[in-house]
Design a binder for this molecule. Sequence first.
Ligand code: SF4
Length: 325
Amino acid sequence: MPLLEVKDLRVNYRVYEGTLKVLNGVNISLEKGEKVGIIGESACGKTTTVKSVMRLLASNAKIAGGEVRYAGEDVLTMAKGRLRDLRRKKMSMIFQDPSAALNPVFTIRQQLYDIIKFSADTRLSKEETHEGALKYLKEAALPEPERILDSYPFQLSGGMKQRVSIAMALVSANELLIADEPGTSLDVTIEDQIMRLLKKIVEEKEISVILITHALGTVKNFVDRIYVMYAGTIVEEGPTKEVFNNPQHPYTQMLIKAVPKLTGGGVPEGILGQVPSYLTPPSGCRFVTRCPYRMEVCDQVPRMYKAGTDQKAACFLYDEGHRSK
Ligand code: SF4
């Protein structure tokens, strides 16, 4: 049984203009100890997918269908007490902006102590709580832990704040860690340090990971498997190496071509057109408005077809009856 299974997940948002049909049947699975990445342009539904897993969606969001199963249990319908247990002991999330994730009016000591006490099975003494805090700060490679504990978030650099967020997430993420663009708000050298640290920690502790990013270079060296998202749908999935070396879905091919290369080769090609509006998305393949291979059948929703060596792609080009490439 997979550790996590997202099946045909549909999420809508109510806004002033109407209903945004954001997630349109997302399927993802994650085995114990596996590291998977979700890539795609901004606003393609990556964060909505993982927030659904954590049941942290905004109040204007509505699950319109589908399931999220954690070790077989349905997260979307489970009782609040059981969900609290999962968040206490099994899974946690690192957010994009550490400044927004940390409470500015409490010291790191107050915030980290609270999380450690919340996750403990028994009442901890002050010394035990402190020892736990030092342990997690050490795991997140933070020097001078006593100074960090006495600091308010504004007294720490961006990289240090993100390391503190990692330390806090590690308290509860004994099985699953969701990292939502953990380096995006940092400069590139600090982002690289944070990603290396995160990889080392999850491999040592054998924690399963979902890494969300639009930085393709970052995800390439981190995860075992990739899901490519476009406009609220998974368009391709497969082993990381195959997806990068031999992308199958037209969107993945264009996305990878759009990445600038340090080795030169001229200006990268952009992807013409825009992501469709979620108010009135295309009723069939959501990539139809930008796809150079579109056919009549693309007015229907493509299922996942076997494509390439080990990939699957949601595209009629891989349906025997419609292949014309
Ligand atoms: Fe293009 Fe059609 Fe494939 Fe969609 S299903 S990516 S429109 S060829």
